[in-house]
Design a protein around this ligand. Structure first.
Ligand SMILES: Cc1cc2nc3c(=O)[nH]c(=O)nc-3n(C[C@H](O)[C@H](O)[C@H](O)COP(=O)(O)OP(=O)(O)OC[C@H]3O[C@@H](n4cnc5c(N)ncnc54)[C@H](O)[C@@H]3O)c2cc1C
Length: 428
């Protein structure tokens, strides 16, 4: 008797509860991964992200035989069931909006084919539904930390039968991947081992420094177990653990308020009339806002497919509260570029930055000039992404309103626009 094991956002063997459970109950497993063209099409500008997943599958292949499909989920599952004739299909529980839709398709196919569908909770430290509803992060955290699920598991030995199913080798030529070197799944463990948790709190806000873990793609695709990460951070950085809780907070909110996928968490702010001026949107997308700190952030995002958290907040705040552009447009822009893009975390953070989300503070201010002066005082970050400005004195780059640079003219005057934003928000 055998079971299919469907990998999703859990691209690892070690401490993977789904495989642990499947291998405990079955001597034979048929591991599969599906590159679904519908999902790939939605993220079409993201060949690098697909490459990251492809590389993660290649890494898995070093320890197990794995069958790979490049077709829609429903037909791939039917094909796998037809050939493997399993008793059950094991996978991890989905919590993301699109993951839940996909899970329903898989469940339906299993039912129609008479295959038991078994799902296991994974990729969170606490089940999002376990914490009693909390709309604010701090009370959520206090509950969350009491309920951590930290028990690791051992995978039992299992056989993978040779079957007439496609492999990565068979499909790889068709995949629209774009090779990319900045992040690689094979480096996750090394990054975790070498990361200095002790200095995290002190350094994490300075985008020019390597002060954050850069584990977000490893977490997004389940390359590392969260329990494993937690144990490395435990006793070394409470702040880091709080960041892991932020991720789970957004899932908790999305579970109770699924409408936040498209709508503002704060109902009263659903009627804000965003200006959405084309020239401002274009200046932002093209990194030509005239604020070097902001432009450097946009360039980091576009070139590295990852962005420092401080800069994510600065950019999101600038787009929404200074350029008065709808947060959904920014959310889609990040979706197009981020390697660690997570629909729930991204939407939650965009709403938070735009002061329309789950946040008790009515209006958060991120003045791009003060932010630059505080977090990039020597302009190392600005000059890294805008080397053409390297000969300018730093103080001029930090404040483009006071100093006229031979650079893109500031698209707007921050102080005028923020007053407009304040009065716009005051009405809601
Ligand atoms: C507008 C905006 C959009 C964002 N979109 C995403 C996204 O699509 N995917 C994503 O993974 N993160 C997103 N974040 C959160 C955060 O910026 C990244 O997780 C972080 O920068 C990743 O870098 P790191 O791994 O070095 O983080 P570290 O500082 O080392 O933190 C460790 C881990 O904690 C989690 N984490 C940290 N900060 C947050 C946060 N604010 N919310 C949720 N989880 C957090 C991440 O899993 C991260 O890898 C967004 C933040 C903002 C402000």
């Amino acid at each position: 008797m055998r079971a299919i094991y469907l990998f999703k956002r859990d691209l690892r063997i070690r401490d993977n509860r789904g495989i642990c459970e499947a291998s405990r109950n079955f001597k034979e497993l048929v591991p599969i991964f599906i590159f679904d063209p519908k999902i790939i099409e939605e993220l079409k500008a993201q060949g690098e992200r697909l490459y990251y997943v492809y590389r993660a599958v290649e890494e898995l292949l070093k320890s197990i035989r794995l069958y790979c499909f490049y077709e829609d989920t429903e037909s791939a599952i039917r094909k796998a069931i037809k050939v493997a004739k399993p008793k059950a299909l094991y996978t991890t529980t989905s919590y993301s909006w699109s993951g839940l839709q996909r899970q329903e398709v898989i469940r339906k196919v299993c039912k129609e084919e008479g295959v038991e569908f078994v799902e296991f909770f994974e990729n969170f430290l606490v089940k999002p539904e376990k914490v009693p509803l909390r709309k604010v992060y701090t009370p959520f955290y206090k509950e969350w930390i009491k309920d951590l699920y930290l028990e690791t598991c051992e995978v039992q030995s299992f056989e993978v039968p040779a079957l007439e199913l496609p492999t990565l080798e068979d499909i790889k030529k068709e995949l629209p991947i774009k090779p990319f070197g900045a992040f690689d799944p094979s480096e996750c463990e090394k990054r975790l081992e070498s990361f200095n948790f002790e200095s995290y709190e002190r350094l994490r806000n300075y985008p020019a420094l390597d002060g954050t873990s850069k584990l977000s793609p490893c977490i997004r695709f389940g390359i590392l177990s969260l329990r494993h990460i937690y144990k490395k951070a435990e006793g070394r950085s409470e702040q880091f653990i709080k960041e892991l809780a932020w991720r789970e907070f957004w899932y908790h909110i999305a579970l109770h308020y699924p409408e936040v996928r498209n709508l503002e968490f704060q109902e009263k702010r659903r009627s804000i009339r965003w200006e959405n001026r084309e020239n401002f949107i274009e200046a932002f997308f093209e990194a030509k806002t005239g604020y070097p700190f902001v432009d450097a952030g946009i360039l980091q995002l576009k070139t590295e497919k990852w962005l420092h958290n401080r800069m994510r907040m600065v950019l999101a705040s600038f787009l929404t509260k200074v350029l008065l552009v709808d947060w959904r447009i920014g959310e889609a822009f990040f979706k197009e570029h981020l390697l660690d893009y997570d629909e729930i975390v991204n939407a939650g953070n965009w709403q938070w930055s735009a002061s329309v989300g789950a946040d008790p503070k009515p209006f958060r201010l991120f003045n791009p000039i003060l932010q630059a002066q505080r977090y990039d005082p020597e302009c190392k970050y600005i000059k890294r992404y805008l080397p053409e400005l390297s000969s300018y004195p730093c103080e001029e780059l930090l404040d483009p309103l006071r100093h006229r640079l031979t650079y893109h003219k500031p698209a707007v005057n921050y102080y005028e626009r923020i007053n407009m934003a304040k009065s716009l928000y005051r009405n809601f």
